[in-house]
Design a protein. Structure first.
Lengths: 162, 162
């Protein structure tokens, strides 16, 4: 399997999981959180598939495509180790959907980051809310959800709050 | 259609076209040319699907993933406006497969680049050799080939020398 194959599997899985989770959480009014903007392709996709929910983007520094840059009042700038706890104080346990593509080349670094942010992400979810992640997360109380048909096992993970 | 959808369609089409063209040109002994290395995902893929042919990469400056960096003697460094004519002098009309992902955000720039390099690419191909490109090219004597089933029209182009 080439790096191109792996990359395509990851992108296709990400889209399938986001489409599935957006629909599965559509009845929850709380906001959607995108952790990391990158060049904004996934945020652009979220804007297409999310109706009637605010989408907030957590990012250290914006470097996205002009088409895919959130408005200032939907942008939460800073280090997620600080902005996620601040979001809990601001929004409470209300998020309907949280997405994170940790996706660096270094798998050990991704895993350490997943361990660090899991306890900061978990309390943000509303009951029934879902987290879609590119890497395995370390939650105490969320249950892992079966992937939709188009997603490739191990390329994407979905968790749900009880 | 989101930017994520467009991007996935482009990557899936690129892979389908490369797999098709690699097989269709397998009986031609001449080298394979990859124009632009980027992070090396496509080069990594070419190495998997190309047997018994040398793969040369044309690049201005190497910034690829360590897994996907060509050996020095398969790297042709410099501006393609100079290195493509030099390759004609070195190899003659011998290439079995040429791939170029022009893929910038700016469609006008991509098109201008396609127009500029088309006459430099065309004479490099062996009889029966193929060019796979992310953008429409401007060849005088090559014929456009129908895309394989998995490719999306307009996201990839295949040309063949008579």
């Amino acid at each position: 399997m080439s790096r191109l194959d792996v990359f395509i599997a990851r992108m296709v899985s990400q889209r399938a999981c986001l489409n599935f989770a957006a629909e599965a959480t559509a009845s929850i009014a709380g906001p959607v959180f995108e952790l990391g903007l990158g060049n904004g392709r996934t945020y652009h996709h979220l804007r297409e598939i999310i109706a009637r929910r605010d989408i907030y983007v957590f990012e250290r520094a914006v470097a996205s495509h002009p088409d895919s840059t959130p408005p200032d009042d939907r942008l939460i700038l800073g280090d997620v180790h600080e902005t996620l706890p601040a979001a809990l104080a601001r929004f409470g346990p209300a998020a309907s959907l949280i997405h994170a593509d940790l996706g660096g080349h270094n798998l050990d670094k991704n895993d350490a980051f997943a361990r660090a942010i899991s306890p900061l992400v978990e309390p943000l979810l509303a009951s029934g809310g879902m987290m879609v992640a590119s890497d395995r997360m370390y939650f105490e109380g969320l249950k892992e959800v079966s992937l939709p048909a188009d997603a490739v096992s191990g390329r994407c993970f979905i968790y749900q709050a009880g």
